[in-house]
Design a protein around this ligand. Structure first.
Ligand code: NAD
Ligand code: TYD
Length: 377
């Protein structure tokens, strides 16, 4: 595969995938396709924008005609599809945009790829449509309390010293879909379309479902960058509900490495779960962030704890996500490279060192949006 389109390449995870592919595969043509919504930012790719094997195309994935033309012009062999509306809180306010981009946009890519690839003499040979999805499509797991023992329980599979699991169940590749938010419902629908294109037309597809990512270049409406920035500026930290929801965190570069491996070595039509067995209750994670930011900035230990502000819970807030990535680890030999403690330290330092990036993305429209959301809580 030579000519590869990475959709959503100017977003958080997409920019790490683009950077990895551009640097690792000088022989490939990497086409970063992005509409540059509020979440897309070419500053995320500044360090590779002059590389000869990199090209940026501003395009809406819903524009079937334009994408079909691009497939022909660039002789596209592979698509790694990350473009999406990705924030649950926004999906609660504006579900139509999520259905449009995540469902109709994915369908437009699939159909354009089908028409182009089926027109070639080799048809689908050497082609791949890789769709990046989320663990949120599986719904929510319970926090289980077996006789007299309160979670967390210790797991042995963790890559982190944290070694915690907040229940006995995990999301497996065959866990039934049960999405609860408009975001996860739209992602679930797009996953079904991708699988349908394999089953109906024989398109060589792959789907992966990953847990929550963290790391540099994440838009600061998501928990980790938002809270690091707020701690730095002594702004309130809006903790939804009691802060008891559990998320399973993976360093973004480990996700990008998994995508590279699966794109090249994953089996067609398979699903792989991606996650590092690294569950944290929100409130515990927030305390780690506070401790780390305070230490790095030289504030007295615990001085930012008073910023924690409990606010109305998110509607339909999923209690616990936890991915079992044993299949990926055993079949393809992937494992997370970073301990969580290292990852969070790197992440905090990156946001503190890149205030200009933060100021740029939090200015203008986004800032207004954030203030409206926050003042309504
Ligand atoms: P993000 O919101 O940071 O980036 C999304 C990118 O898609 C942006 O660059 C945006 O401009 C672009 N985009 C949005 N609508 C578009 C459209 N109509 N046409 C073209 N481009 C468009 O998202 P992210 O966190 O990097 O997530 C990327 C993908 O990974 C998504 O599909 C998401 O569902 C999935 N995912 C994310 C996480 C996570 O923790 N962030 C976890 C698992 C899976
Ligand atoms: P988020 O980063 O939005 O990811 P997702 O909802 O896709 O898991 O949120 C992570 C967790 O943090 C989730 O349980 C919601 C919670 N949260 C807050 O408590 N306050 C906030 O301001 C945000 C953005 C999230």
């Amino acid at each position: 595969m030579k000519n590869i389109v990475i959709t959503g390449g100017a977003g958080f995870i997409g920019s790490h995938v683009v950077r990895l592919f551009v640097n690792k595969y000088p022989e490939y043509n990497i086409i970063c396709l992005d509409k540059l919504t509020y979440a897309g930012n070419l500053a995320n790719l500044k360090d590779i924008e002059d590389k000869p094997n990199y090209k940026f195309v501003k395009m809406d994935i819903c524009d079937f005609e334009a994408f079909y033309q691009l497939m022909q012009d660039e002789k596209v062999d592979g698509i790694i599809h990350l473009a999406a509306e990705s924030h649950v809180d926004r999906s609660i306010k504006d579900p139509f945009t999520f259905a449009q981009t995540n469902v109709m946009g994915t369908l437009a890519l699939l159909q354009a790829a089908k028409l182009y690839w089926e027109s070639l003499p080799e048809k689908y040979d050497g082609k791949r449509f890789y769709h990046i999805s989320t663990d949120e499509v599986y719904g929510a797991l319970e926090l289980t309390h077996p006789e007299g023992i309160e979670p967390p329980f210790t797991t042995t599979a963790s890559s982190s010293e944290h070694h915690l699991a907040y229940g006995k169940d995990f999301f497996y590749e065959d866990t039934k879909y049960n999405p609860h938010s408009p975001y996860s419902a739209a992602k679930a629908s797009s996953d079904h379309f991708v699988r349908a294109y394999h089953d109906t037309y024989g398109m060589p597809t792959i789907v992966t479902n990953c847990s929550n990512n963290y790391g540099p270049y994440q838009f600061p409406e998501k928990l980790i960058p938002l809270f690091i920035n707020n701690i730095r500026h002594r702004k309130p930290l809006p903790v939804y509900g009691k802060g008891e929801n559990v998320r399973d965190w993976l360093y973004v570069e480990d996700h990008a490495r998994a995508i590279d491996l699966i794109f090249h070595e994953g089996k067609t039509a398979e699903t792989y779960n991606i996650g590092g067995f690294n569950e944290w209750k929100n409130i515990d994670l927030i305390k780690v962030m506070i401790k780390t930011v305070d230490r790095i900035l030289g504030n007295p230990e615990g001085s930012s704890l008073d910023l924690i502000t409990y606010v109305t819970d998110r509607a339909g807030h999923d209690l616990r996500y936890a991915i079992d990535s044993t299949k990926l680890q055993k079949e393809l030999g992937w494992e997370p490279s970073l301990q969580f403690e290292e990852g969070i330290e790197k992440t905090v330092r990156w946001y503190l060192d890149n205030q200009e990036w933060m100021d740029n993305v939090t200015s203008g429209d986004y800032q207004k949006y954030y203030e409206t959301m926050y003042s309504n809580r």
